[in-house]
Design a protein around this ligand. Structure first.
Ligand code: NAD
Ligand code: MG
Length: 403
């Protein structure tokens, strides 16, 4: 038998694979990320045990998941659903919890090793924060947590020993590529973006796009909020901010390139000029599984690249005049402080209004710009300050009558 190269024998990754299963909870189990995570577990090939699941409204779907996986806990995080929920639809062995307390309780529980943070929006901050505070490993899909409170979350993780493994495909790619060198050997990271459904549109065309068109992402099948974020390219803006705090990068180390095929999920350029990228067909199950099995890699169900059929990899520079969200993202990453919370809350409200037919597509970044410009900038906000600001922005924008 061929012997492995001795250098790889030394590496941490050559150690025997985990014997005892990791106990996990999935926050936002009924969403796109949550469902993909449970699909991975369906195959029952990974050393992972599902202890808890949460959903906000869709308790029937949650009950279905519980009948299939028999977790120890199910949390309906919207307390107002309490009277509607039919407990008889949940298995007797599953304890039914309610509200944000339930969500926090299972994220912190001693028996839990890993928390998949799959809730959408700033609403995901509480559960993620609880898990980090309790020193858990967190598979972080909920990028808004990093946008709102990145520096505080990273400082907390350092204090408690929590490990944050990104699930966002670009950040998972960067995380994987970073293993090829040291932090001070990184020249820059390049986030790839599909360009969304409106790549190549003119400014005039963008003004008239419909909700259905904006929801129809060319390469990824995702929840509604991130689909709209991808169409405005606010998603990439949020990801610039996420990358900055997650990897401790300076502003000039983060670049964005359009790559319509979504095969290269991002890349890292090292000082010597080597570029290390991570490639695969677009499928969120891969970065989710990577977070579940890290630091190991295991056989999985995600589709593999077919090198025999020819394909091309294209790159374009994004047009920031057409997609001003990108400019906002770089500005907010550079200013830090209270800006992330404001941008995020403004964007969440603007996306809700767009989806309700009350705001034009091109007004989404305008609303965000206006909210950023009018807020009282705080360079070092506390978590409470950020939560208050989040709330203030939402109330404020809802009172605006013209955009
Ligand atoms: P989704 O809308 O499909 O699902 C959201 C989940 O969060 C649901 O389970 C819902 O019940 C729960 N939820 C919603 N509001 C809540 C609230 N107020 N309190 C508690 N729970 C609540 O969203 P998604 O597309 O799965 O995205 C989840 C997160 O993952 C987002 O932050 C998104 O940016 C990120 N992400 C998603 C993808 C993807 O492919 N979907 C890729 C990368 C990153
Ligand atoms: Mg992404």
């Amino acid at each position: 038998m061929n012997a492995p190269h001795p250098e790889f024998e030394k590496s941490e990754l050559s150690q025997p694979q985990v014997e005892s299963p990791k106990n996990i909870v999935v926050l936002g189990a009924t969403g796109s990320i949550g469902t993909s995570c449970l699909q991975i577990l369906e195959a029952d090939t990974l050393p992972v045990k599902l202890l808890g699941v949460t959903a906000h409204h869709r308790w029937e779907r949650l009950a279905e998941q519980c009948r299939q996986f028999a977790p120890r806990w199910a949390v309906v995080s919207d307390d107002q659903q309490r009277d509607q929920v039919d407990a008889a639809q949940f298995p007797e062995t599953t304890e039914l919890l309610f509200g944000r307390d339930g969500l926090e309780q299972i994220s912190r529980h001693d028996d839990v090793d890993l928390v998949i943070a799959g809730i959408v929006g700033a609403a995901g901050l509480q559960g993620t924060w609880a898990a980090v505070e309790a020193g858990k490993t967190v598979g972080l899909a909920n990028k808004e947590t990093m946008v709102v409170a990145g520096p505080l979350v990273m400082a907390l993780a350092e204090k408690t020993g929590a490990t944050i493994i990104p699930v966002d495909s670009e950040h998972s790619a960067i995380f994987q590529a970073m293993h090829s060198g040291k932090q001070n050997e990184v020249r820059r990271v390049v986030l790839t973006a599909s360009g969304g459904p409106f790549r190549g549109y003119s400014g005039k065309q963008l003004e008239n796009v419909t909700i259905e068109q904006a929801l129809a992402h060319p390469t990824w099948n995702m929840g509604p909020k991130i689909s709209i974020d991808s169409a405005t390219m606010m998603n990439k803006a949020l990801e610039i901010i996420e990358a900055k705090w997650l990897f401790g990068l300076s502003d000039d180390q983060i670049e964005v390139v359009i790559h319509p095929q979504s095969i290269i999920h991002s890349f890292v350029e090292f000082l010597d000029g080597s570029v290390i990228a991570q490639l695969s067909p677009p499928d969120m199950k891969l970065p989710i599984q990577y977070a579940l099995t890290y630091p190991y890699r295991m056989e999985g169900t995600s589709p593999k690249l077919d090198w025999r059929s020819s394909f091309t990899l294209d790159f374009e520079i994004p047009d920031e005049d057409l997609f001003p969200a990108l400019t906002l993202g770089r500005e907010v990453a550079a200013r830090g402080g209270s800006c992330g919370a404001v941008l995020n809350a403004a964007n969440e409200v603007a996306v809700e209004l767009f989806l309700a037919g009350e705001l034009n597509f091109t007004d989404i970044p305008r609303v965000c710009r206006a909210a950023l410009d009018m807020h009282n900038y705080d360079p070092t906000p506390s978590l409470d300050d950020l939560l208050r600001l989040d709330n203030w922005v939402r109330q404020e924008i809802k009172q605006w009558t013209s955009f």
